[in-house]
Design a protein around this ligand. Sequence first.
Ligand SMILES: [Zn+2]
Length: 80
Amino acid sequence: MEHIYCDVCKKEVHDPVPEFSFFEFAHVGVCESCRDDLNAAIKLTVKEKSPFNFAWYDDLRMQVLKQGMQKGRIEARRSR
Ligand SMILES: [Zn+2]
């Protein structure tokens, strides 16, 4: 049986279902709760930054993912 681990929190994802309980962004695998944090983190920036453009959206998502992998979690709320 294949074991799948979240690249951000490093926890094992049990019974991973692609697009439901396990998500992949450019070869980075994330579990459901990290995906929620990722979306929340992106949402904050998307609100401030307009007009919307997929070029910076993809860059932003990778940036948040990389930071999340280094810290072991994605910070959905920025500390001031
Ligand atoms: Zn995770």
